[in-house]
Design a protein around this ligand. Sequence first.
Ligand code: TPP
Ligand code: MG
Length: 383
Amino acid sequence: MAHHFEAHKVEEVLPFIDAAVSLRRFIDEEGNPVEETKVQLSSELLLKMYVTMVRARILDEWLLKMQRVGRVAIHAPNAGQEAIAGAVMALREEDWLFPSYRELSAYIARGMSEEEIIDRAMANADDPLRGSEFAVYGNEKYNIVPAPVPVGAQIPLAVGAAIAAKILGHKVVAMTIFGDGATSRGDFHSGMNFAGVFKAPVVLVIQNNGWAISLPSRRQTAAKTLAIRGVGYGVPGIRVDGNDIVAMYITALEAAERARAGEGPTLIEALTYRLGPHTTADDPDRYRSKEEVKLMERLDPIVRFGKYLKGRGVMTEREERDIWKEWGEKIESIVKKCYEKPSLPVSVIFENVYSEPTWNLKEQMEELEESLRIMKELGVKVE
Ligand SMILES: Cc1ncc(C[n+]2csc(CCOP(=O)(O)OP(=O)(O)O)c2C)c(N)n1
Ligand SMILES: [Mg+2]
């Protein structure tokens, strides 16, 4: 029972506090290098990071337009938050991702194509999730587990998967991504506690974009930062510039390697900003100022990284223009292709719950078929 009276030295915790309150960045606001990394990143990898963010930005603009013309039910705009791709690029193919709903660049970084993303957004016949909950993305092919709709519910799932992998002796890492708002949910706290106690091989990334719909992040906690909340769970917290893709990549790489080496979880707080509305059903002008948005536009992760690449001779202005043009054209033709695809059959609503339909589901299916038959007779178009 000696532990009852065991004292600890504050020095043991201080390094964790330092990382959790400072702001780590490798590229400054003007696109200049701040700190040289010990890890040498190849031009190929740097360009891949840039292209991934560009693809996500173009796709985001399309999904927004497609929602406005009624081809997509709802969309959560991503613009400004594309540097999350860096964190995901630090994972290996066999790792698992438990994302939220605002991470197109993360799904692309994992290998999902624009076509697969649009099929999902439209819930057409090729939708990998067969019409389940809108505005969430997932794909078994790429070890991406679709986000549950309750905010933050992916956190204990990721921690549980990481603990399971550890028990099974699989050398894989689980990464979960969630917002500042999610840190106020019980799921965050129970997830963090389990992760710490069981040294789960998990990387927890908070996309702190300053807002949970209309609630500013300063109302989520009285703590100075979100990363510092890790200290209380024995989980190192690191605060990084979430609009600096290099900082995101390096920090996540270190965290994933720690996890793989059996050293347990890491909490990464990424400071970023959502430039658009919360979803297509939101009007941010009602709760935040235009000045704030203007200020944050200056920190656009794509513009900033583009300057960095041009400043270091990794990309020319011409190459930059070509990347935007090439992907603009490619994605437009993918959108057109997806528009031509048939819808899912209405009967899909009975799938994915029971392996064999129950008696009452069978009754409901028959009723639905009967209604569809009558509507057809009356000439009512059902899609
Ligand atoms: C448990 C729960 N409460 C409320 C909601 C409604 N809701 C959806 S997103 C959201 C805000 C989440 O904010 P944050 O976690 O910061 O993520 P962000 O949208 O900023 O990326 C809320 C309140 C929900 N989906 N689940
Ligand atoms: Mg938020």
